[in-house]
Design a protein around this ligand. Sequence first.
Ligand code: NAG
Ligand code: NAG
Ligand code: NAG
Ligand code: NAG
Ligand code: NAG
Ligand code: NAG
Ligand code: NAG
Ligand code: NAG
Ligand code: NAG
Ligand code: NAG
Ligand code: NAG
Length: 442
Amino acid sequence: MAPQLRFTPFLLLRGFAAAKTCTNLTIPVNIESRQGLFKTIPFEGNLDATTFSQEFTNIGQNYSNVLLKDYQTVRGQYKISAKFCHPDNGTTSSVVQVLTHGIGFDKSYWDLPFNNYNYSYTDRAISHGYSTLAIDRLGIGNSSHGDPINVIQAQAEVEALNDITGLLRNGSVPSIDTSFHKVVHVGHSFGSVQSYWLSALYPDNTDGLILTGWSTNGTWLPATIASWNLHLARLNQPLRFGNSSNSGVLNLIKNDNQGEGLIKTILTLLQSVEVDLPNQDIWDVIATTEVGDLINGYNQTIEPLNYPGGYMAWSDFTANQYAFLLPGYYDLALGLFAERTKQPVTAGELLTIGSSPPSSSFSGPVLVVTGEQDAIFCGGDCYATGSAADSIPAAAEVAFPNASVFEAYIQPNTGHGLNAHYNSTGAYEVIQNWLEDHGLES
Ligand SMILES: *[C@@H]1O[C@H](CO)[C@@H](O)[C@H](O)[C@H]1NC(C)=O
Ligand SMILES: *[C@@H]1O[C@H](CO)[C@@H](O)[C@H](O)[C@H]1NC(C)=O
Ligand SMILES: *[C@@H]1O[C@H](CO)[C@@H](O)[C@H](O)[C@H]1NC(C)=O
Ligand SMILES: *[C@@H]1O[C@H](CO)[C@@H](O)[C@H](O)[C@H]1NC(C)=O
Ligand SMILES: *[C@@H]1O[C@H](CO)[C@@H](O)[C@H](O)[C@H]1NC(C)=O
Ligand SMILES: *[C@@H]1O[C@H](CO)[C@@H](O)[C@H](O)[C@H]1NC(C)=O
Ligand SMILES: *[C@@H]1O[C@H](CO)[C@@H](O)[C@H](O)[C@H]1NC(C)=O
Ligand SMILES: *[C@@H]1O[C@H](CO)[C@@H](O)[C@H](O)[C@H]1NC(C)=O
Ligand SMILES: *[C@@H]1O[C@H](CO)[C@@H](O)[C@H](O)[C@H]1NC(C)=O
Ligand SMILES: *[C@@H]1O[C@H](CO)[C@@H](O)[C@H](O)[C@H]1NC(C)=O
Ligand SMILES: *[C@@H]1O[C@H](CO)[C@@H](O)[C@H](O)[C@H]1NC(C)=O
């Protein structure tokens, strides 16, 4: 039976179970990053994004290498948008977890407001007494944006993460009046790549690594890029990512008393011209395709992010499910929510995502937690190793020759977007308990 797809209004009720106090912060960071200087390539329209994907996935070349002209040093002060949370009872632990999101998300990945916050990683960490700092990676969300090819690259983002870590240790983050003795880096996907990368460059600046949605096996990156069907972010969700204004639409639907605004209008229009589509099909066309992205935000007061062309986004909710969500094990309404609130990726990020150091001399504990059916880092089955290792993520052990302990945990019934699955809280508990068992209790 086809799943029932509807736009379910999400409830913005503050979680009663969430005994946490949070503040929004803007943290100035200073970075100095030695990174690639790439040739300029056009990003004028959607077909340029397609061309980028074709070049990127061409097996006859390493596109990063093809475009690489030279290396450069990017220096400057940037702003990182962050959400800091600590337990309600006023205590701030001596251990802080720094949470770094992956591609397509922002800091809200760790504290999803969906369904009364019952997918919140932050809430679980708080209930174990930890403080958390979730950041928008440099270039994304409400952090400073920048040149999507030559500034917003992996290394620059790692440098920003490293600077924030130092600030947390010496108590210099504005409006956090605590010096944390221990910093645990928790990542998801590209955020795990960066947390790993930090541990390789600055092994003394982390006390523990939790790498979710991650392995060291890059085999499925090209398939992932292909499946995303990348388009320019500003054309994909013009109201959020472009500079389009929705004031006209807001005026149009102002007097609409059906309560469903533009979608209802489209539905009525299609019916009035006798388009032979059942309502359910029309909902499906809007919700699962780029039509949904096109009108996303039409009925809200939004501040367009005005991203330049080298910022791209996967095309629609079908691409989102393919890469991130395991059918049957996630709530469609949460999938639609994730699509509506998705974030872009830069060309510079994709060109540098595979350039992390080959190993890390970090000497503390490392836990990898990857969904068993992760498409991006396990090709859909983390156990399909042909007995070469216990699991594909377990093979990452060789990248940590000096780790005090390395463990790979495979979370059942879960795709790449771990936090968006029904049993995400099961994985969160595994993580908090593991930290407590490895000398990183709050
Ligand atoms: C905007 O439309 C979406 C989709 O129909 C709906 O879920 C949401 O509640 C609407 N928001 C507002 C502010 O009306
Ligand atoms: C933090 O920012 C978010 C997004 O703008 C907002 O919804 C929330 O109310 C803010 N929280 C606080 C404590 O100011
Ligand atoms: C591709 O080229 C880049 C830039 O020279 C390099 O950092 C990366 O390691 C190369 N990737 C592979 C798989 O060889
Ligand atoms: C504060 O709350 C946290 C989370 O519930 C708990 O772990 C911690 O023990 C509490 N601290 C005090 C002093 O009550
Ligand atoms: C982004 O940051 C600005 C301040 O730099 C703040 O006014 C705004 O509310 C923030 N928006 C979100 C969505 O966090
Ligand atoms: C605090 O840490 C930051 C980032 O590592 C560093 O730039 C700064 O000099 C440090 N400040 C003090 C007072 O140690
Ligand atoms: C919006 O962006 C486009 C493309 O970057 C530009 O041509 C146009 O002038 C911008 N419009 C406004 C109102 O800023
Ligand atoms: C691992 O630690 C040993 C000493 O315990 C040291 O000799 C070696 O260089 C370290 N390996 C790396 C890759 O840093
Ligand atoms: C990636 O995993 C696949 C499937 O287990 C395996 O065949 C391949 O050798 C692995 N590649 C690397 C670089 O580890
Ligand atoms: C959140 O609650 C819904 C139903 O209220 C349930 O189906 C879902 O599994 C819960 N998710 C998590 C992560 O607890
Ligand atoms: C939920 O996750 C926990 C932790 O990984 C696991 O022990 C449990 O079996 C999972 N439950 C289901 C129904 O998959």
